[in-house]
Design a protein around this ligand. Structure first.
Ligand SMILES: [Zn+2]
Ligand SMILES: [Zn+2]
Length: 262
C-alpha cells in the first residue's frame, strides 16, 4: 500500500480551496507485510502509524522546513523498543543527526528533540541498502538548492521512485531516466505549471508538463504529481486531472491509498 500523508509543497495550508487534495507538507508511506518505508517528514508525517512487527525506515530527501517539520510531531512509541531508522542519501549519519539536532532544539524548538528521543536511529544510506538488499534501495542526487536525494526501491519487482524536490534540467535527463526506467510509479515534483516555471527558475522545482514528458521517456506505469504549490486550488487540480484523464498521470491527494500489489 502507498499512502499519501502530505502532498503540499513549501508550507502547510488550510483553507477552503485546499480541503480536497489536502494541505499537509510531504510525507509518503509505502507499507507491505515485510517493511514500512517513509519518504520525508513534512507535516503529514504526524499521521503515520508505525508498524510494530516490521522494520521502519525513514528516507529524508533534504532539510528544507517542509520536509522535516513533522518529525517531532509523531507519537514515537517508546514502549516499542523497535528502532525507527532514519537516513539520507547525501549526509552520513553523524552529520544528519547534527543538522536535525540544530533545527529541533532551542531557539528554534522548545526541547532538544533529538537528544530526548531514543527511538530514532541515524544510519548511513549504504548500511541500510546492504541490510535490506531485497528492496534494491538506490539514491540519486537531485538538482535542488542545497542538494536533495531522490530514492528508488523495489517491491516484488515493482520499482518506486521518489523525486521530491528537483528542478528538472536536460543535463540530468539521461541519468535520471536510467534511475527510473520501467518504474511502477514515479513521484514527481509538480510544484509548477510550465508557464509558472518561467518565473521560478532557481527555486528548485519542476513542472507538471516536464513530469509527463519524463514519465513517458522513463516508461513509467504511473506518474504521480505531488508537492503541489500552496497556491494551487482544488479546482485547478481538478482541471489538471481532467485535462490528462486517460493518461498515466495521477494527482496525489492526501490520505489517498494506492494498492501496489496484484
Ligand atoms: Zn519541498
Ligand atoms: Zn526543498
Amino acid at each position: 500500500m502507498l499512502i499519501h500523508h502530505g502532498v503540499r509543497g513549501s508550507i502547510p495550508c488550510s483553507n477552503f480551496e485546499t480541503t480536497k487534495y489536502g494541505g499537509n507538507t510531504p510525507c509518503i508511506e509505502i507499507i507491505t507485510d515485510k517493511i514500512q518505508i517513509i519518504f520525508d517528514c513534512g507535516s503529514g508525517f504526524s499521521k503515520v502509524k508505525f508498524a510494530e512487527k516490521i522494520p521502519t525506515i525513514i528516507f529524508l530527501s533534504h532539510f528544507h522546513h517542509d520536509h522535516i517539520q513533522g518529525l517531532p510531531f509523531n507519537e514515537f512509541n517508546v514502549k516499542n523498543s523497535k528502532p525507527i531508522f532514519l537516513t539520507n542519501g547525501v549526509y552520513k549519519n553523524n552529520i544528519l543527526k547534527d543538522i536535525l539536532s540544530k533545527y529541533l532544539s532551542p531557539p528554534y524548538f522548545p526541547i532538544d528533540f533529538i537528544k530526548e528521543n531514543n527511538v530514532i536511529k541515524f544510519i548511513d544510506f549504504d548500511e541500510i541498502a546492504s541490510m535490506y538488499k531485497e528492496f534494491n534501495f538506490d539514491k540519486i542526487i537531485l538538482n535542488h538548492p542545497g542538494k536533495a536525494s531522490g530514492y528508488s526501491m523495489s517491491i516484488e519487482n515493482k520499482k518506486f521512485c521518489y523525486l521530491l524536490d528537483n528542478e528538472f534540467d536536460a543535463s540530468q535527463e539521461r541519468e535520471l531516466i536510467q534511475f527510473c526506467k520501467d518504474s511502477h510509479s514515479i513521484i514527481w515534483d509538480g510544484m509548477y505549471t510550465e508557464i509558472e516555471l518561467e518565473e521560478k527558475k532557481g527555486w528548485g522545482h519542476s513542472s507538471i508538463e516536464q513530469g509527463i514528458n519524463f514519465g513517458q521517456k522513463a516508461n513509467s506505469k504511473n506518474l504521480i504529481i505531488s508537492h503541489h504549490s500552496p497556491s494551487r486550488s482544488d479546482e485547478q487540480l481538478d482541471r489538471i486531472k481532467f485535462k490528462y484523464s486517460g493518461t498515466n498521470l495521477l494527482i496525489a491527494s492526501e490520505n489517498e491509498r494506492m494498492k501496489i500489489n496484484g
